[in-house]
Design a binder for this molecule. Structure first.
Ligand code: XIL
Length: 359
């Protein structure tokens, strides 16, 4: 071989090795986990992003749509139902042997304007529409969507009580929540039906309100089968409080899903654009602290939720490039296990090693 051939071979093998290392070096999360590991994804960019798909197929066996399955996407106008994208998601997950989780049937934030407008004029109509919407949707994907967030964020952002400003609450009262569960159960009796909310792992007043509803549902036979903790937490969210609420939730015997996990350094007031930038830069020390926090979260989940109730851990987007946090709260943060360049962070290894540990 002449000098330039040697150089060429060297470059090619280095390139191949690097490519291979990037794809196969890291252990697969789903392979080491006893419970499903998922991530939310926005389907349109995802479908055109081969590197992202490769990582997704390597690590995850559960798929949640970022927004593609919300009401404003499915029914943006009266009497219109768009199923095409959900159908594509169903075939992607089927092909890749992944559980499809439905997010979300009823959510004040995803209610299209036309539904709000019509409900204000004709309150009786809303219940009829809700029944039709849920039953059309859930029965169409019966046996294809494994579980659903039936109602999302039905309690106040902070403190006790229902989210009274929601059009659903304003029009139908608190019974809209149990009705949604009953309609979904009628349409697919095998689907795992969740109530899903945020800050319930730390705001005990909010948590208690939710638990009162859940326990009442259980007493009266309302078909709820799980509690989703969104788990958008911060580095300083106390582990003891998370452990306490998860344990109490697990005591109901229901499935427990950590449904939208991410861990931020900065803070926000829970509103759109409400970010408060405390840290401008991610240091190595912060990377290590985050790895520890991710590991602790896995440990808490494994030690407080009995195996049979571990529905899984789902990230709300798993990389710092695509995270909703920066867009939604107008922040610069690094909440995920993969970085902006789609490389695993210490947080990834913290999470992975905690999955592998014996407790
Ligand atoms: C977010 C999406 O990620 C954003 O792209 C969208 O702008 C707003 O909704 N809790 C939920 C999710 O239940 O549906 C939200 O998803 C994030 C907070």
């Amino acid at each position: 071989m002449n000098k330039s051939t040697v150089l060429f071979v060297f470059l090619i093998s280095t390139f191949l090795l690097t490519a291979q290392t990037q794809q196969t070096e890291v252990e697969s999360l789903k392979k080491v986990s006893d419970f499903p590991i998922g991530s939310s994804l926005r389907f349109i960019p995802f479908m055109n992003d081969a590197p992202l798909q490769k990582i997704q197929q390597h690590h995850f066996n559960s798929y949640t749509a970022g927004s593609d399955m919300k009401m404003y996407q499915i029914s943006p106008r009266p009497n219109v139902y768009y199923w095409d994208r959900v159908d594509s998601i169903v075939s992607y997950t089927k092909k890749n042997n992944q559980r499809l989780f439905g997010h979300t049937l009823i959510w004040h934030s995803a209610t299209p304007w036309w539904v709000e407008k019509k409900a204000k004029k004709d309150p009786v109509w809303l219940d009829k529409f809700m029944k039709e919407y849920i039953q059309k949707y859930v029965s169409r994907y019966k046996g294809k969507v494994h579980g659903w967030d039936v109602v999302n964020e039905g309690f106040n952002t902070k403190g006790a009580g229902y989210r009274t400003e929601s059009i659903w609450y304003k029009t139908m009262g608190e019974t809209y929540i149990e009705k949604a569960f009953r309609y979904a159960h009628e349409a697919d009796p095998d689907a795992v039906l969740f109530y899903n909310d945020f800050n319930i792992e730390r705001d005990t007043l909010k948590f208690n309100s939710m638990m009162k509803m859940v326990e009442d549902f259980q007493r009266r036979g309302v078909p709820i089968s799980g509690i989703g903790f969104q788990m958008h937490i911060r580095m300083d969210t106390p582990n003891e409080v998370i452990a306490h609420t998860l344990k109490r939730a697990a005591d109901t015997g229901l499935q427990i899903h950590l449904s939208e996990v991410d861990i931020i350094f900065n803070t926000h007031d829970d509103s759109k654009g409400g970010g408060v930038q405390l840290y401008n830069e991610l240091t190595d020390a912060m990377r290590m602290d985050q790895a520890k926090k991710y590991a602790e979260l896995v440990e808490i989940y494994q030690t407080t939720v009995p195996k049979a109730q571990q529905y899984g851990i789902t990230f709300w987007g798993f990389n710092d490039r695509d995270t909703w946090i920066n867009r939604f709260f107008k922040l610069k943060d690094w909440p995920c296990i993969y970085d902006e360049n789609l490389k695993p962070k210490p947080a990834f290894y913290g999470f992975l090693n905690a999955l592998k540990a014996d407790y």
